[in-house]
Design a protein around this ligand. Structure first.
Ligand code: HXC
Ligand code: NAP
Length: 263
């Protein structure tokens, strides 16, 4: 259940990349509960349709948009489809990402490039493709980054570099697009339970998982709904004077540092 009053996003349209699963799906669902019509973008149509059906069953409206964020033309076409279906676009959430654990010395050039292209280039592509529509009536972008952007973390040089790039892109886009009425922010989650991200970084049975849980200052991992509420705050009028910032929603994990968690 959300801590926000219902209908906060009534009349608005949001596009969520990576909206077919995990944190992106949680954001799409929370936005729909708050009255937004949502478009969910990802590569696999079945996942997108599953989320759209759940939203429709709860009385909301959702449009599945199969596309790869690395392909600018495909993203542009998906954005055009969202606008022709819903008539406007007010919010973009960049949640699409790819990640795996790999030592830098064993990571291929293509492995590094792949993560940079999904996370960082994909975030630029979607932001650039949405900018004109967002600037029509004033809009907002929130990108999902990670504390690996500034906390040195073993086996994560590809994802850390991509997320650090997103933090800087967030500042530069905020600087350039503020005068067009577009706010640009990011959210950096800590470890979030029941997500593909944590299944990859700390599988259930590993020591890394229990070490990570013990080291959390708040004593637990986060919930998808807690990230969705932080994003909802940033796109809401309550955050109307906030732009160019990364909101850390990590239960204090980055205060401790990564240490040998993934080592
Ligand atoms: C080393 C790997 C690898 C692995 C892939 N590669 N997996 N290298 N260890 N486990 C290398 C491949 O060998 C290849 O390089 C290159 O990466 C591209 O691999 P493909 O499989 O061709 O890429 P693609 O089909 O585009 O798939 C992208 C993917 C995949 C990232 C590899 O896992 C994916 O689609 N992920 C999406 C879902 C996901 O990752 N969700 C978690 C996000 S959470 P070569 O040289 O062989 O050609 C997240 C976590 C939290 O981001 C925060 C931390 C920042
Ligand atoms: P997830 O469920 O795997 O979400 C990632 C989504 O991105 C998937 O739905 C995937 O769908 C989509 N995607 C991947 N590559 C894509 C591409 N090339 N084009 C379009 N869509 C693509 O993982 P998650 O854990 O919820 O992560 C969501 C976001 O939160 C990510 O940005 C991640 O870095 C961030 N984050 C997560 C955690 C955590 O604890 N989970 C912590 C910090 C940050 P398809 O495969 O169908 O394309």
């Amino acid at each position: 259940m959300s801590v926000f009053k219902d209908g906060l996003l009534a009349g608005q349209v949001a596009l969520i990349t990576g909206g077919g699963s995990g944190i992106g799906a949680g954001i799409a669902t929370r936005f729909a509960e708050q009255g937004a019509r949502v478009a969910v973008l990802g590569r696999k149509l079945d996942k997108l349709e599953g989320v759209a059906q759940q939203i429709a069953a709860a009385g909301g409206q959702a449009l599945p948009l199969p596309a790869d964020v690395r392909d600018f033309a495909a993203v542009e076409a998906a954005v055009a489809q969202a606008i022709s279906t819903f008539g406007q676009l007010d919010i973009l959430i960049n949640s699409a990402a790819g990640n795996f654990l790999s030592p830098a010395a064993g990571l291929s050039a293509n492995g590094f490039r792949t993560v940079i292209e999904i996370d960082l280039v994909g975030t630029f592509n979607a932001s650039r493709a949405c900018f004109q529509a967002l600037s029509k009536q004033g809009g907002s972008i929130v990108s999902i980054t990670a504390t690996q952007a500034w906390v040195p973390t073993p086996l994560q040089c590809h994802a850390g570099a991509a997320k650090a790039g997103i933090a800087k892109l967030t500042q530069d886009l905020a600087l350039e697009w503020g005068s067009s009425g577009v706010r640009v922010n990011a959210v950096a989650p800590g470890p979030i339970a029941d997500t593909e991200g944590m299944r990859r970084l700390a599988p259930d049975e590993t020591d890394a998982r229990s070490r990570l849980e013990r080291k959390m200052p708040v004593g637990r991992w986060g919930r998808v709904a807690e990230i969705a509420d932080a994003v909802l705050f940033l796109v809401s009028p309550a955050a109307g004077f906030i732009t160019g910032t990364t909101l850390v929603v990590d239960g204090g994990q980055s205060l401790v540092g990564a240490g040998d968690l993934f080592g």
